[in-house]
Design a protein around this ligand. Structure first.
Ligand SMILES: C[S@@+](CC[C@H](N)C(=O)[O-])C[C@H]1O[C@@H](n2cnc3c(N)ncnc32)[C@H](O)[C@@H]1O
Length: 491
């Protein structure tokens, strides 16, 4: 919290509400905030044990309302005691157990219930909920039906402290705060997620070209650090969405999920900083690309504005391409075919093309890891090419410290080193060639490691950094051997 108080200054304006600016000059990699979540919430329809956060279908035997898995004995003692004191019939309990989101709201209500947590509750209520923008929308009506009505009809609210004050707006506010401010957190099972609400981390504004990175460790502690040097007075921006998506998709996610129109430099630039992550190929002009003009929303060729695409055609190509990528997943042959086919319509850096390239690269990784496949030189070279293409885009999108860039760089370095070793062992390359390749690899590994060292240790990236340190040492040992003046080695 000391870093936060010294380095971040809270401001407010009409467009963004509260936001943070750098109070001092900040160096790349400097930590701005370390914070534990005030609330850990399940996502949507998931029901998670409120002690260990595993998915569960069972409830605490004492309070009956909080999900608790068979392995956990109890959960937060005060919460359990308070809920157990409520006078509820079996049918009312069943009604409250039926919708998973109700447990999330109960967590808010329990903060309100305990006097010692009141100041946190008050701070939580100041967070943005976008009540006016969400009122009468689909999400509002869904929450009303599935969460608020059961809570009201079960007679639970009136038994809470000043229960008559807990009206529909207050409950919608709680749900809105969770949606607008929640950070996605890795859930215990791989591939699934839950949400964390952090009082300080939730104050950072969004940009699709952020200067701050958020990383959450296995204990759910969030770390926010600068990805480049930031001058005093600059706004501190975290990215709320996936930077590997195109502008229309990012803006839609932010509009629907966070209720605002992003106006960052990337969103306002039709070429997305020259990456062309949403551009189509112009079928009339050699080397011409069709981009969406931000003011008119027209899709026009950059070389000849008269060459246009119909927005419905663009939308349908994108939708169909996404479906085809989904169906081709895990099948490298189909993915490569699709890449060639879509390449006639989309720029090579279009986000769907990059997604395809990432899919292909990750299948190639599995093939290369399994030496029983005896992969040919072409397999290594294909993966190297794909990593290089992905990296070129990432270097523009995140010029500073980035875990995505670090991972892509590591994949590239690792494959280059493996190919060099293979060619040496098959006597296609000399020891001097191998040494040259390994020296290049070492530079890339060091660069990747330099970026990953800012990630908390207990995260997949932190584990990767530790493995990489070991690999780097092995690489350096190999290089030492190759550097020894030994006629048998260097030829
Ligand atoms: C996580 S909250 C950030 C803190 C919030 N501004 C507050 O006052 O509590 C996210 C909300 O901040 C606002 N916001 C963040 N970044 C923004 C941006 N670049 N442009 C406009 N509004 C932004 C939006 O209202 C968004 O829903």
């Amino acid at each position: 919290m000391e870093d936060f108080a010294n380095k971040c200054e809270l401001k407010e304006n009409e467009t963004m509400g509260r936001y943070l600016v750098a109070a001092v000059n900040i160096k790349a990699g400097e930590t701005l905030l370390l914070e534990q979540p005030l609330l850990l919430l399940a996502n949507n329809a998931d029901r998670r044990c409120c002690n260990c956060h595993q998915l569960t279908s069972t409830f605490c035997g004492k309070c009956r309302l909080m999900p608790l898995c068979a392995e956990c004995v109890d959960h937060h003692g005060l919460d359990c005691l308070r809920l157990a004191k409520l006078q509820l019939h079996v049918e009312q309990v069943q009604q409250l157990q039926a919708n998973a989101e109700i447990a999330n709201v109960l967590k808010f209500l329990l903060l309100r219930e305990h006097a010692e947590m009141h100041s946190w509750y008050e701070e939580l209520l100041q967070m943005e909920a976008h009540l006016a923008r969400r009122r009468d929308t689909e999400i509002w009506r869904t929450y009303q039906k599935q969460v608020i009505e059961p809570l009201q009809s079960a007679g639970l609210l009136l038994q809470l402290r000043n229960g008559s004050e807990i009206d529909e707006d207050l409950l919608q506010r709680m749900l809105g705060i969770a949606d607008i401010n929640g950070f996605e957190i890795r859930a215990p099972e791989s591939g699934s997620s839950m949400r964390g609400v952090y009082l300080r981390a939730g104050l950072f504004a969004h940009s699709c070209v952020p200067n701050v990175v958020a990383a959450i460790d296995e204990q759910h502690r969030i770390k926010l650090y600068a990805n480049r040097s930031i001058a005093a007075g600059e706004i501190l921006y975290n990215c709320y969405t996936n930077i590997m998506l195109g502008t229309d998709e990012r803006r839609q996610i932010l509009k629907i999920g966070k209720c605002f129109d992003c106006q960052c430099v990337r969103c306002l630039d039709p070429t997305e900083l020259g990456t062309h992550m949403s551009s189509f190929v112009c079928s009339h002009c050699a080397g011409g690309y069709i981009v969406k003009q931000p003011d008119s929303n027209a899709w026009q060729c950059l070389l000849n504005p008269e060459h246009m695409l119909n927005p419905e055609f663009v939308a349908s190509v994108v939708e169909r391409a996404k479906e085809e990528v989904f169906h081709a997943r895990d099948d490298i042959y189909r993915l490569e075919l699709l890449l060639a086919k879509l390449g006639r319509l989309l720029h090579g850096n279009h986000y769907i093309m990059l997604d395809l390239k990432q899919n292909i690269a990750s299948i190639l990784r599995q093939i290369l890891q399994n030496m029983a496949h005896r992969p040919s030189r072409k397999v290594y070279e294909r993966k190297i090419r794909l990593c290089q293409e992905i990296l070129l885009v990432l270097k523009v999108l995140v010029p500073g410290i980035s875990r995505l860039k670090a991972i892509a760089l590591y994949e590239l370095a690792n494959t280059q080193a493996e190919l060099a070793r293979k060619l040496f062992s098959e006597q296609e390359h000399t020891a001097a060639d191998l040494l040259g390749e390994l020296q290049q690899t070492e530079i890339m590994m060091r660069e990747s490691l330099r970026m990953l060292l800012y990630e908390p240790i207990c995260t997949p990236e932190g584990h990767l950094a530790r493995n990489m340190l070991r690999e780097l040492k092995e690489l350096q040992n190999d290089m030492k051997v190759l550097q020894q003046p030994n006629d048998d080695v260097i030829n």
